[in-house]
Design a binder for this molecule. Structure first.
Ligand SMILES: O=C(CO)[C@@H](O)[C@H](O)COP(=O)(O)O
Length: 250
């Protein structure tokens, strides 16, 4: 692994956030897992919500996520990899389940491809007391969300096709991240960029950070370490280095 010192593309950096996906956790001990993740120093915890329809896999409902709330106070986020019907009918439950320990807004992520009425869904998340975010599959261009950037707190760029953990990072997403960050900066929006899928404490995270992402979701890239703290620290170090111009080359 060669490291080079070069300037990151953007000089205005937003705070780095390390966000584990709980897909690789022991689901029979999820309460203990979110507690351990909090102790490891993560900024937020992501629950991958899959409905067996929008993606070919089935995971957590709002009750399961709410049941974890009493085990930690770190904020939650729910990525709704669900069809429009499920998104609309269960939205309130997911907004509630995502809320913080003191009722503060949790991040609720709607997929651009799943929702014909994306503008309405994002507005509803805010109205219900959530922090709205929009996710883009690898094939979806950033133009698809250009006109909702004023409504969201985050945009999530998928760096794998959604549905499963442990897949290989898709490096061609870097251009989309750069374009998004440029559009956000040019318009003066207050929006974080999240990346999700195959993100590890190596060139994958480093180059996404240099392109303008500041929130890093990692499943296998976090749980592969002997301890969760080591995983969290390794991811954070690569991100901090990248923001300081130390970019890891492939
Ligand atoms: O949303 C997804 C997959 O659909 C991601 O959150 C992955 O679950 C992250 O896992 P790794 O790729 O980091 O193992």
């Amino acid at each position: 692994m060669i490291q080079s010192i070069s300037s990151a593309i953007f000089t205005e950096h937003r705070p780095v956030q390390i966000i584990p996906s709980v897909l690789p956790a022991d689901w029979a001990n999820m309460g203990q897992c979110v507690k351990d993740l909090e102790l490891a120093g993560v900024d937020r915890i992501q629950f991958d919500v899959m409905d067996g329809n929008f993606v070919p896999n089935l995971t957590f409902g709002p009750e399961m996520i709410s049941a974890c709330r009493k085990y930690c106070s770190v904020p939650f986020e729910t990525q709704l990899m669900v069809s429009q019907y499920n998104c609309e009918t269960m939205l309130e439950g997911y907004v509630e389940a995502s809320k913080g320990a003191n009722g503060e807004p949790g991040v609720v992520i709607a997929h651009a491809e799943a929702n014909v009425h994306l503008h309405r869904i994002l507005g509803k998340i805010r109205q219900l007391g959530g922090s709205p975010s929009v996710a883009l599959n690898p094939h979806t261009p950033m133009d698809m969300v250009k006109d909702v950037l004023d409504m969201v707190d985050h945009v999530l760029v998928m760096t794998v096709n959604p549905g499963f953990g442990g897949q290989a990072y898709i490096p061609t997403m870097l251009n989309k991240i750069t374009q998004l960050r440029k559009t956000i900066l040019d318009n003066g929006y207050d929006v974080d960029i999240e990346v999700d899928g195959g993100i590890k404490a190596d060139w994958s995270l480093s180059q996404c950070c240099a392109a303008g992402a500041n929130c890093f979701i990692a499943g296998s890239g976090m749980f592969a370490y002997p301890t969760l703290k080591e995983g969290c620290d390794a991811l954070r170090k690569v991100a901090n280095d990248a923001q300081n111009g130390i970019i890891v080359e492939k």
